[in-house]
Design a protein around this ligand. Sequence first.
Ligand code: C5P
Length: 227
Amino acid sequence: GSVAVIVPAAGSGRRFGSETNKLFAKIDGVALWVMSVRRLRDQPCVGRIVLPIADADRDYFLVQHAELAESLGVEFVAGGDQRSDSVRQGLKRIEGDESVRWIAVHDAARPLVSPEDLQTLFSVVISSKAAILAAPLSGTIRRDLGSHTQTVNREDLYEALTPQVFDAGLLRHAYSHHNGRPATDDAELVERTGHAISIVRGSADNLKITYPEDLLVAEAILARQQA
Ligand code: C5P
């Protein structure tokens, strides 16, 4: 239980275009956020799981799904405007807990992360202090140089995924130095403090549900994972 996981779930999901939080959508009868949390809960090294949630969703989580959340061992905190604000709220909740040696951050919107990828990631962070799942790019990338455009060699390019796991002190330090300049993930904040980030090659199946059609893809991936 030495890894605490912050699972940001406080997004507005504007691109998903539903009335309610996209994380309440179900694949194979299970809400996305539940699937994400279950996969983390199944890892023996995971202890506390903190979910930053939006005020608008408090009733759903704290009243309608209180029992489920309790059985999953989830602690709720109020999220913030930006994803990093939500993570910061999660960090506050586990402040001072000396049993927490590593802190992982995992998008609630990535329900398909595999147990194998989680195990590899958690084993790597012990030696590197900062490790993230990342998938090799599959598309062809072109850079716009103004006067002309150019193909980018994709061999050394990766898409950053989550979870991203850090030595607890290192992540806390990064957030205490975060001056509000936007960052698209936690690894970028840690990197700004001068610490190297290790990449663990993960499966691209670990997609982030953003658009409604992503649910169809997720269902197909889930069926394959369960086969
Ligand atoms: O919007 P997007 O899906 O890219 O956000 C990634 C994750 O961060 C989602 O699980 C979302 O709920 C969460 N988030 C958050 N607080 C925000 C914005 C996003 O917890 N202010």
